[in-house]
Design a protein around this ligand. Structure first.
Ligand code: NCD
Ligand code: ZN
Length: 339
């Protein structure tokens, strides 16, 4: 069995910086035609200068003319003129909002949505998409559910703002998505594949630990339903978030699943299992292109049911990072079709 995808996009990706970026960026550029690049560096990407410089470093590290980095600014209170300038920067795509302290490198995030209103109003007027990490500071399993009123508030107060609920993990979030036309959502591979039981029900699996944490079986089912039915406002976003191996295999493991190199093969496995391979193109490309008016470079990817042996780790430039499915064999693999 095989299927061809045209210009797959990863609508939520962490490529980091420096040596780690040199290692991971080419692994995304190999099979994806573009990706939304998260701004949670230390310090975060918060101005024109750092955005331009980071965009250039990402392009350089990806080293692939048919890979389009879609760059984001880390949300802070921006003036309208800051945002007008951002719109002129080649590759600028959106602003990513993190509530302060909810995830990796988010300390400079938003303390209160009310104080963010003027910036959100300007973004709405300038038609700059808002990407949101939707978690509260509550009990870990309830954090996304507790944030849902904030999504409703944003969707109602800013009806023309295009708001993306990033990496949704619950059936409740899937319901809120359907309440408002100006909401869209990304879903990761690991949240389609795993529940909290896989993370710590048998042995504790640090490489599956991420924010938001994987939830219950009924939540995973609801996410699968969205992806497999090619819901028109749902897109693939891997949230591939590499951390050095020693930061995952330690007493205070960092949150993040490194899935970029296996993302398309993993999705093919899931969509094939559910006889929904014909819906994969919408999930990994067409929905995003339609929602945001994107025109990614042409990249043709062949997915075939020949097994892929996933390495135990990827090592270069003095970095070592462990991928999702490390050491396993997955029944599908990806290759590039050269025109
Ligand atoms: C991400 C990271 O490591 O930057 N971690 C994660 O668990 N997903 C941040 C994020 O997207 O929450
Ligand atoms: Zn992320």
């Amino acid at each position: 069995m095989e299927i061809t995808l045209t210009s797959p996009l990863d609508m939520h990706l962490h490529v980091r910086d420096g040596e780690m970026m040199r290692l991971v960026a080419p692994l995304s550029a190999q099979y994806f035609a573009g990706a939304v690049i998260m701004p949670n560096l230390v310090p975060p990407v918060v101005d024109e200068q750092s955005l331009r410089a980071y965009a250039a470093r990402v392009k350089n590290a990806a080293d692939d003319a048919s890979f389009l980095p879609l760059m984001t600014l880390f949300f802070r209170n921006y003036s309208e003129s800051d945002l007008r300038v951002a719109k002129t920067i080649p590759g600028f795509f959106a602003v990513k909002l993190y509530p302060a302290g909810v995830t990796t490198n988010s300390d400079m995030g938003v303390q209160s949505l009310r104080t963010a209103e003027p910036t959100l109003r300007s973004m709405e007027e300038l038609d700059i998409p808002l990407l949101v990490h939707g978690e509260s500071h509550g009990f870990v399993m309830d954090r996304e559910a507790e944030f849902l009123p904030a999504y409703r508030y944003l969707a109602e107060q800013f009806p023309k703002l295009r708001i993306c609920m990033e990496h949704i993990t619950t059936a409740a979030a899937a319901h809120v998505l359907d309440e408002y036309e100006n909401l869209s959502a990304t879903i990761t591979l690991h949240h389609l594949e795993f529940t909290l039981d896989d993370v710590l029900g048998t042995a504790m699996k640090p490489h599956l630990f991420c924010k938001p944490i994987a939830k219950r079986e009924e939540d995973r089912e609801a996410l699968l339903q969205l992806a497999l039915s090619a819901h028109p406002r749902v897109m693939f976003g891997s949230d591939s978030a590499p951390h050095p191996q020693h930061r995952k295999e330690c007493y205070d493991c960092s949150a993040g699943v490194f899935s970029a190199p296996v993302a398309l093969a993993g999705l093919a496995k899931i969509f094939a299992r559910h006889r929904a391979l014909d819906k994969l193109q919408a999930f990994v490309c067409d929905n995003a292109c339609r929602l945001y008016g994107l025109h990614p470079p042409t990249k043709t990817v062949l997915l075939r049911d020949t097994p892929l042996h996933v390495p135990m780790q990827y090592c270069s430039y003095g970095q070592s990072v462990v991928p999702l499915y490390a050491g396993e064999q997955i029944p599908w693999s990806a290759s590039i079709v050269r025109e």
